[in-house]
Each structure stands twice: as C-alpha cells, then as structure tokens.
Design a binder for this molecule. Structure first.
Ligand code: B1M
Length: 210
C-alpha cells in the first residue's frame, strides 16, 4: 500500500497515533503537505462520507475520523502556509446556522490566514444576526459562508439578504462554499464568488481584493 493509501486508511479507522506517525513519515520522505491533505486525508473523508451514507459507519466513528483529521491538519498547517502577505483587511468566515461541519471551513480559514488575511472565524451554527454583528464590528472586506448540508444552504441566502437589507452589501464581497454548494447556487443567491476548495478560496479572495 502506498504512503497516501495508508494515511487514508488510518483516517477512516480513526487511528490517531498511526495517522500522525504516517503523516510525519510521509513528510520526511518528501511527499508534499498538499498531497497528504488532498490525496490522503480528504480522500479518506470522502470515503467516510460514503460509508456514513450507506450506514457502514455511524456518527461516533465519523467523529473519530473528523477529530483525527483535525490533528493531522495541525501538523500540515505551517507547511501549507504560503508565506505571502496581502494588506487586505479582514475576512469573516463561519458555517451557517444549523450546520456543525467545520473541517472544510477551518481549512479555508487556515489557508487564508496563512496567505496573510486577518481571519475572524465565527465557528459553526452561525445565524445571520451573528454575521451582521461581526460585520458591523470588524468591517470585513470578505464574508465567507460555509454549508455542508442541503438543508442549511438556504441560510446562506438568508444571511446575504440580511447583509443587503443592512445597506452593507456594497462594502464587502461574499464567498460561499461547501460540498453541496456550486457556482449556479452562488449566483442564484447573489454571492460574489464560489470556491470548491480551500486553495481556490484563497486565490479567489486575493483576486477579489485586487
Ligand atoms: Co455530516 N454529512 N452530518 N458529519 N458529514 C455530510 C456532509 C454528508 C454528505 C454525509 C453523507 O451522508 N454522505 C451528509 C449531508 C447530506 C446532504 O445534506 N446532502 C451529512 C449528514 C446528513 C450529517 C447529519 C445530518 C447526520 C445525522 O446526524 N444523521 C449530521 C448533521 C449535523 C449538523 O451539522 N447539524 C452530520 C454530522 C456530522 C459529524 C458531526 C459527525 C461530522 C462533522 C464533524 C466536523 O465537521 N467537526 C460529519 C462529517 C465529518 C461529514 C463528512 C463525512 C465529511 C465532511 C468533511 O469534513 N469533509 C461529510 C461527507 C463528505 O463531505 N464527503 C458529511 C472534508 C472537508 C475537507 O471537505 O467540508 O467539503 P469539505 O470542505 C471543502 C470544500 O467543500 C470547500 O473547501 C473545503 C476544503 O477543501 N469549502 C469551502 C468548505 N467550506 C467552504 C467555504 C468557502 C469556500 C470553500 O468559502 C467561504
């Protein structure tokens, strides 16, 4: 089995000690942090998702895999940093109301922070009032909304509507993302940008502020 396959398997089984050792060993062998993340860890989470759907894995096991992924990402974090700095104000990001998924949102926040943005992470289950309060307090250049459930996607629309009603819409850009979200939906709800992954979220954020 290749190093990345082994990493994928340890993530699926939630074997934290083995996973952390394998991630460190892979880095020592020269495998890039980005490949470990996308080809090892994210591949593993996708398989976890499929097994969750078919009933082969249950919530406690999924949580173990999620926790294991978070610990592995901590090792990769400094290596994923781009080290490039932009002088571009702040980004407010959160997972919308009703949604507790934060692994992808955390990756987006981490990559943006690494690229020099001043990131304020509101966490998960964030309602539109909380987004508004943070916008008023921090005057961000970008607001990022994440949703992983089809049932919580409408909260993105509600949040954008709230921002528009407040009169602040023209002072900031709105980016949306998350597995069930796509460009078409982003356009439909009036977002400025849709990103499919953390890397493109970061590139788009920089491009929008140029
Ligand atoms: Co949940 N879950 N989950 N879950 N979970 C999914 C999303 C699901 C697809 C699994 C499945 O059935 N196949 C399914 C949703 C189905 C749907 O709505 N279409 C689902 C479900 C149904 C549920 C529950 C309802 C299950 C239940 O209780 N019966 C429940 C809901 C809880 C809630 O939120 N209210 C639930 C709970 C959970 C756990 C708590 C157990 C756990 C979350 C732990 C955590 O996040 N701390 C969990 C997990 C881990 C998953 C899967 C397996 C993995 C998600 C993940 O972390 N992926 C997921 C299946 C899957 O997605 N394959 C699933 C890895 C991560 C790196 O990718 O989050 O997509 P992702 O983020 C990417 C991009 O999407 C993008 O960049 C990221 C990095 O590249 N991105 C953005 C994300 N946000 C962005 C924002 C941006 C830009 C890009 O701009 C601002």
């Amino acid at each position: 089995m290749s190093d990345l396959n082994t990493i994928t398997q340890s993530l699926i089984s939630g074997d934290i000690d083995s996973l952390l050792e394998q991630v460190k060993a892979a880095l020592e062998k020269g495998i890039s942090a980005s490949d470990i993340l996308t080809k090892g860890l994210i591949t593993g989470m996708d398989i976890v998702g499929e097994r969750m759907e078919t009933g082969e894995m249950f919530i406690p096991e999924v949580l173990m895999s999620a926790h294991t992924m978070g610990e592995a990402v901590k090792i990769l974090k400094p290596l994923l940093a781009e080290g490039e700095s932009v002088s571009a104000g702040c980004v407010i990001i959160g997972t919308v109301k009703g949604d507790l998924h934060d692994i992808g949102k955390n990756l987006v926040a981490m990559m943006m922070q690494s690229a020099g943005f001043d990131v304020i992470d509101l966490g998960v289950d964030v309602d539109s009032d909380t987004f508004m309060k943070a916008i008023e307090e921090h005057a961000p250049k970008i607001v990022g909304l994440s949703a992983l459930l089809t049932t919580t996607m409408p909260m993105m629309r509600e949040t954008i509507e709230k921002i528009t009603q407040s009169g602040k819409r023209d002072s900031l850009k709105i980016m949306v993302g998350g597995a069930p979200v796509n460009k078409e939906y982003a356009d439909e709800i009036g977002a400025d940008a849709y990103a499919s992954d953390a890397g493109s979220a970061c590139k788009l954020a920089k491009a929008m502020l140029k």
